[in-house]
Design a protein around this ligand. Structure first.
Ligand SMILES: [Mn+2]
Length: 195
């Protein structure tokens, strides 16, 4: 069963995350940050990974710790659920349009965290949400999920669309990468024999 449940508590946040890589994209995400919940729901829906998140963070300061630590916990849960990565496709990519916006995501479940981030937001905020936190989330996900992740906005004039297309593009790429490749059987998809 490619599932994981993880609890993470610090002085700043208390987070529990459950993922099921072989899900149907169901979600139940409550972080206290409305826009972020909306983004996590996109991540689940379009990756077909079932995701449950409960986060209680120091929102009286700002959303930063809650968003970053949720990325850490989700990354750790992904790593745990993937195990030794036997039989997966490993790579995924997606070119995702959303109205004015076009985002490209490409990723490798390499075990080597690396983020290449080329997303410019025309506004500093989406409602009350700081747009710079989108990068913070994906940096944490990449680091703790062992993901080489490239995300580029090729076009985009609306910050909500750019953020949402980013989450959807990564979700679609993730869906492909975690999927079983029927031609691979039980093989680990690396000539090194380990990922
Ligand atoms: Mn939206």
């Amino acid at each position: 069963m490619r599932k994981a449940t993880l609890e993470r508590a610090t002085t700043e946040t208390t987070i529990s995350v459950t993922v099921d890589l072989d899900g149907t994209g169901t979600y139940d995400c409550k972080t206290g940050v409305g826009f972020f919940d909306h983004m996590l729901e996109q991540l689940a829906r379009h990756s077909l990974i079932d995701i449950t998140v409960r986060a209680e963070g120091d929102l009286h300061i700002d959303d930063h710790h809650t968003v970053e630590d949720t990325g850490i916990a989700l990354g750790q849960a992904l790593t745990q659920a993937l195990g030794d990565k036997r039989g997966i496709r490993r790579y995924g990519a997606c070119l995702l349009p959303m109205d004015d916006t076009l985002v490209r995501a490409a990723l490798d479940l390499s075990g080597r965290p690396f983020l290449v981030w080329n997303m410019d937001f025309p506004t500093a905020k989406i409602g009350t949400f700081d747009t710079e936190l989108v990068r913070e989330f994906f940096q944490a996900l990449s680091t703790h999920g062992g993901i080489t992740l490239h995300v580029d906005a090729l076009h985009g004039i609306n910050s909500h669309h750019i953020a949402e297309a980013g989450f959807k593009a990564v979700a679609r790429a993730l869906r492909e990468a975690v999927e079983a490749d029927p031609r691979k059987g039980d093989a680990i998809p690396s000539t090194k024999g380990t990922l």
